[in-house]
Design a protein around this ligand. Structure first.
Ligand code: GLY
Length: 565
């Protein structure tokens, strides 16, 4: 055998082995457990939730514990000073959802963020006491526990109280975000707050004031937060800082059970959150517009897949802006908005030959018959109950206003209203009349806690933070599993992109998409923005595998962690 020939054989073998690896890469899998799992933004919160399940509690008990633990360990978005939504599917197939979204105070007015010229006053709806909506989280947790929980409240709260006293370790990412927002903490607060210190990785933050608030809530129940000592301190604190929330506002707050949005996509049945969250309707619209396209054949993040998804997103977000708001205040034509023939009409002018301009897309015409930075966790328990919970302070650390006496940040959810129809909020979302500010109204949200069934069984539970990008991140994760056969972890890891009608651009996670692909998109008329969204969403999900075990997908973009047994 000549040396030349031998080299050729070695080269050929090398090439073939490389090719084989290319064709069958080892799947990347998240944590796999047999019985139960919690996936949340922080390990301590997932552990507390999982321990509750181990003690015999169900997913609803674990939901309450995980949410409160996130308020301790992840004050960036975890909260009792904010609100959120939960979608559930019980082991017997019963489904439901609860809205514990914040509300506008009674003294709120349509123009409260405008100056005498009718212009939006910068920062008024985002920073400080005027930005705060009436918090809903505590009411939501009590409703969930009363209706669906099984353990005594004491068993749920004790480990969280202990965590707040003992303190939690600062992660590298957390040290960075605290530092980043410190100038705004100084602006929003009259006195210095615990988060003003120079916190470094591995330092331990103890929160005795928050622990004491939890202890009072444990002793006196929900009324402690809405009518008791905590309510009095909170209302006075907000007013002393120039806000308008009163004790009466707090006393009147109620969480609401609502019908979830349900729809099919191929052989999947999807259950998601309805208004005042826009997530369920928008997700239904986008998936239904995509259903006739063969995304699996086009390939993951291929030119045609990105085009089809972008164009469906553009049209859904245009409808979102016009039709959606608090269902207790506006009539929303939900059935029509997610009807197949309405949606096929919306896509009828789409062509793969060139981008549709957002200026050429308005809301669809529907005749209304008069009679209208967040965090997510997913849990599946050992009984087969599943929940998806997305909860928020809105921006990072909400309004940045921190009540040191009570130990928590307050939301800046009022910015999710349209301060001035046609004017973008902090996520660039354009709001319209349906989402104008009114006393006691809930502001429109993008949150999309979602559960997916396949063959009438639980298949997936997922959701994400990310403001306007929440809906499109949940969408892509479902498609990654269903169309592109990824594992849960791969589906979460995959690079994401986002279009929201206005601004007319595709936001892409930087350095994640091929340059040639970007050039092709630009040639077709798409404007690409790789600067403004270094991270799109932090998806946490759980997938039921063929052998009925669970795979967790915890987003590497944050400190998200899956824990289970
Ligand atoms: N504040 C973000 C949302 O509700 O969508």
């Amino acid at each position: 055998m000549s040396k030349h020939f031998l080299y050729s054989i070695i080269l050929l073998c090398f090439f073939l082995s490389c090719k084989k690896t290319e064709q069958t890469p080892t799947p990347i899998k998240g944590l796999i457990t047999k019985n139960a799992m919690v996936v949340s933004a922080r390990a301590e919160a997932s552990e507390i939730g999982s321990d509750i399940l181990k003690k015999g509690g169900n997913a609803f008990d674990a939901m309450c514990a995980t949410q409160l633990a996130l308020a301790v360990t992840y004050p960036f978005a975890g909260n009792i000073g904010g609100g959120g939504f939960m979608v559930y599917r019980k082991a017997n197939g019963d489904i439901g959802s609860i809205d514990f979204r914040e509300k506008a105070p009674m003294a709120a007015t349509k123009d409260m963020y405008l100056d005498e010229n009718g212009d939006v006053i910068p920062g008024k709806s985002t920073l400080g006491a005027m930005a705060v909506g009436i918090p809903g989280t505590v009411a939501g947790l009590f409703e969930v526990h009363e209706k669906l929980g099984s353990l005594p409240l004491e068993d749920i709260l004790k480990p969280v109280i202990a965590l707040a006293y003992k303190g939690t370790k600062v992660t590298k990412k957390q040290a960075k975000t605290i530092k980043k927002y410190q100038p705004l903490f100084l602006k929003a607060n009259k006195d210095s707050i615990i988060f003003d210190k120079h916190w470094k990785e591995n330092d331990v933050i103890k929160q005795p004031a928050l622990a004491k608030t939890f202890e009072r809530i444990l002793k006196h129940g929900k009324d402690e937060f809405y009518k008791g000592e905590t309510a009095k301190i909170l209302a006075k604190f907000i007013q002393d800082n120039g806000g308008i929330i009163t004790e009466e506002d707090l006393a009147k707050y109620e969480a609401k059970w609502r019908d979830p949005i349900t729809f099919s996509y191929d052989d999947l049945e999807i259950i998601s959150m309805g208004p005042p969250a826009s997530g369920g309707i928008c997700l239904a619209q986008i998936l239904k517009m995509l259903e006739p396209f063969h995304l699996d054949e086009y390939g993951h993040n291929s030119l045609k897949t990105i085009q089809a998804i972008t164009e469906a997103e553009r049209r859904a977000y245009a409808d979102r802006s016009f039709y959606l708001g608090d269902p207790d205040f506006v009539n929303i034509p939900i059935k029509t908005l997610i009807q197949e023939n309405y949606l096929s009409g919306r896509m009828s002018d789409f062509s793969f030959e060139k981008a549709t301009l957002s200026s050429a897309v308005s809301h669809g015409n529907i005749q209304i018959i008069e009679s209208d930075e967040t965090t997510h966790f997913s849990i599946v328990d050992q009984f087969g109950n599943a929940i998806a919970v997305t909860t928020t302070l809105n921006g990072a650390y909400g309004s940045k206003l921190y009540c040191s006496e009570l130990g928590f940040f307050l939301n800046n959810e009022m910015d999710d209203f349209s301060s001035k129809p046609g004017e973008p909020n902090m996520f660039g979302l354009i709001g319209a009349e349906a989402n104008k500010i009114e006393p006691e109204k809930r502001m429109l949200s993008s949150m999309t806690p979602t559960i997916v069934e396949k063959n009438e069984k639980l298949y997936m539970t997922l959701g994400t933070p990310g403001g306007a990008t929440i809906i499109t991140s949940v969408l892509q994760t479902i498609l990654n599993v269903h169309e592109f056969k990824m594992t849960m972890q791969e589906a979460v890891n995959a690079p994401r992109f986002h279009h929201q009608w206005l601004p007319d651009e595709i936001r892409m996670e930087p350095n994640s998409f091929d340059r040639k692909l970007i050039k092709q998109l630009e040639a077709l008329g798409y404007s690409i923005n790789q600067k403004d969204a270094p991270v799109i969403g932090k998806v946490d999900g759980i997938l039921v595998l063929d052998d009925n075990s669970y795979e967790g997908g915890a987003d590497y973009r944050g400190d998200d962690t899956a824990v289970g047994f």
